[in-house]
Design a protein around this ligand. Structure first.
Ligand code: HEM
Ligand SMILES: *[C@@H]1O[C@H](CO)[C@@H](O)[C@H](O)[C@H]1NC(C)=O
Ligand SMILES: *[C@@H]1O[C@H](CO)[C@@H](O)[C@H](O)[C@H]1NC(C)=O
Ligand SMILES: *[C@@H]1O[C@H](CO)[C@@H](O)[C@H](O)[C@H]1NC(C)=O
Ligand SMILES: *[C@@H]1O[C@H](CO)[C@@H](O)[C@H](O)[C@H]1NC(C)=O
Ligand SMILES: *[C@@H]1O[C@H](CO)[C@@H](O)[C@H](O)[C@H]1NC(C)=O
Length: 501
């Protein structure tokens, strides 16, 4: 290249550079990210975000950030650039656009422990296939005919062991109930058997690891949980081999009607996939609903008026059953538990068992004038909406009546029987969109049946002060110690002994 040529090209090259630079800059300038901090290098604001706080509050971190930046802000969490949303509309938008604009994206440590085939971390077709299995298994017909009696049997098993005037951890009892139910429903494992008890013990270690910092060193909770995972998978695998043997023995009529059998018959999943599916269902179905039941016991203890109204509702149901000489709840009885459904929704709204979910943006998304760039993490925070005073009046107050349907006698023909849309539309305890919790109906059934027998048979009070903390997984630090007294009215657990023992 001669000197003159260079002189000719240089300005052009510089000009091109300037134009390119300006283009990049304009693109940056037009990108309107939500306000927010990035915090410390690498750690970002993770420690502040995960700081334990009362489960019925959204926490200091959220409160301060929302008052400073608004309901949509940016941060740096779990080592990634993140948009945090306390905005009901954006949360709904994120969940509805799963697979299109956003996608489930849990931290790698969760996949490490729940397994790479766990439903909580899978996306795309594989997720769809596993979800179908889980939906089929908890379908409405199955709930009515198969699960309702099982739920009642396991409720009575736990409640019958409560001795007059005794004190115990309500949270442990709730865990026992949901674990036994899940172990039975998923793998036909019976409560009290050595195998089941071993699985329960391993499971406790496992759980501690799922919710702990993912530090894989000897002695850490995470490391121990990884070892528990291996043990649990061995138990499940043993069950699976047993089942396959039975199937080959042409014993098809005697085959257990459980999830394991269902998956073996109706899917072509590999052993590894089935193991992860079962482990993650055990996790998703046990941990959440037991906390929800403990929360209901806790909130109700502080609201005698609601307990009274529940007793009325359930005594009515139980009276009608006694008159007709029936034992055991059926679907019509369940459908009559209207106020109970209000108590369930209110418990989940105020207690926030699952406080947020992990997503990432698949495309550049614009929402309310803000840009969410492709690849960023996005966290829809449900508790921030459930506890927002502009959405739920007096949000800290346990008020099941806010869920009451507005019925015909107050309105007229055109406005008869609608519930307050603000209340229901912003309620996302079970997530939403294509990943809506597949166990939501089962969870509500468990809560309702448990509450039925609880209010009919017991009076309870806190034996010591305790309250739910969000770590952010919800837990009662003292295990919710309660003291119980039998009620000696017309209803008695013993009556049902004939049927359920
Ligand atoms: C009160 C109790 C429960 C609460 C609050 C709850 C909440 C949730 C939430 C928020 C999600 C969405 C997670 C996400 O979008 O990333 C979810 C998913 C899921 N839940 Fe539940 N859940 C409860 C009980 C149950 C039960 C009893 C089961 C039964 C086995 C269950 C099985 C599942 C499964 C399989 C998923 C994954 C669904 C999918 O990815 O398509 N859950 N749950
Ligand atoms: C109940 O237990 C307390 C101590 O836990 C005891 O003081 C009280 O007498 C007991 N009451 C009845 C009726 O057994
Ligand atoms: C199961 O079969 C379907 C089609 O029948 C196929 O698309 C899918 O990849 C198979 N899954 C596995 C895990 O082999
Ligand atoms: C619904 O609830 C919201 C918040 O509690 C309240 O402001 C609104 O007036 C209620 N609407 C109706 C129709 O009752
Ligand atoms: C019925 O309700 C609608 C809407 O709430 C109201 O506009 C109308 O006046 C009501 N009619 C009567 C007869 O009360
Ligand atoms: C409880 O919440 C769900 C989900 O928003 C809603 O469909 C249902 O109607 C609510 N139940 C009551 C009694 O308001």
């Amino acid at each position: 290249m001669s000197e003159t040529e260079l002189l000719l090209y240089l300005p052009t090259a510089i000009l091109a550079l300037i134009i390119a630079w300006n283009l990049i800059k304009t693109k940056r300038r037009t990108l309107n990210l939500p306000p927010g901090n990035t915090g410390w290098p690498f750690l970002g604001e993770t420690i502040g975000y995960l700081k334990p706080h009362s489960a019925t509050s959204t926490g200091e971190f959220m409160e301060q950030h929302i008052s400073r930046f608004g309901k949509i802000y940016k941060s740096n969490l779990f080592g990634e650039r993140t948009i945090i949303s306390a905005d009901a509309g954006l949360n709904r938008y994120i969940l509805q656009n799963e697979g299109k604009l956003f996608e489930c994206s849990y931290p790698r440590s969760i996949g490490g422990i729940l397994g790479k085939w766990s439903m909580l971390v899978l996306v795309g077709d594989m997720h769809r296939d596993m979800r179908m299995i889980s939906l089929n298994f908890m379908s409405n017909p199955r709930l009515r005919t198969h699960l309702l009696p099982e739920v009642e049997r396991h409720t009575l098993l736990v409640l019958r062991s409560w001795k007059e005037n005794s004190t115990f951890s309500a949270q442990d009892e709730a865990k026992k109930f949901t674990f036994n139910l899940m172990a039975k429903h998923i793998m036909s494992m019976d409560p009290g058997k050595p195998e089941t008890e071993q699985l329960k013990r391993e499971y406790i270690t496992f759980m501690k690891g799922v919710v702990s910092a993912p530090l894989n060193f000897p002695g850490t909770a995470y490391r121990k949980a990884l070892q528990s995972r291996t043990t649990i998978l061995k138990v499940i695998e043993r069950k699976m081999e047993e089942r396959i043997r039975q199937m080959n023995d042409d014993d098809c009529e005697r085959l257990e009607d459980d999830l394991l059998g269902w998956v073996l018959k109706n899917s072509n999943f590999s052993t590894e996939q089935i193991l992860d599916l079962i482990l993650s269902l055990l996790f998703a179905g046990h941990e959440t609903s037991s906390v929800a039941i403990a929360l209901a016991i806790y909130f109700l203890q502080g609201c005698p008026r609601a307990v009274e109204q529940l007793r009325e509702e359930h005594r009515e149901i139980s009276r009608a059953k006694q008159q007709s000489g029936e034992f055991g709840l059926n679907w019509d009885d369940y459908k009559q538990m209207e106020f109970t459904q209000c108590v369930i929704n209110e418990t989940l709204r105020l207690g926030n068992v699952v406080r947020f979910v992990h997503r990432k943006a698949l495309k550049d998304v614009r929402y309310k004038g803000y840009d969410i760039p492709r690849g960023w993490k996005v966290l829809p925070v449900f508790d921030a909406v459930h506890l927002d005073p502009s959405v739920y009046g007096q949000p800290q107050h346990f008020n099941p009546w806010r869920w009451l349907q507005i019925t015909g006698d107050r309105g007229n023909a055109t406005s008869s029987s609608y519930s307050n849309l603000t209340t229901t539309n912003n309620f996302m305890a079970f997530g939403g969109g294509p990943r809506l919790c597949t166990g939501s109906e089962l969870a509500k059934l468990e809560m309702a049946v448990f509450i039925h027998h609880l209010v009919l048979n017991f009076h309870w009070e806190l034996a010591e002060p305790d309250h739910a903390l969000a770590f952010p997984f919800v837990d009662f630090p003292k295990g919710l110690p309660i003291k119980v007294h039998h009620l000696h009215h017309h209803h008695n657990l013993i009556q049902e002994e004939v049927l359920y023992s």
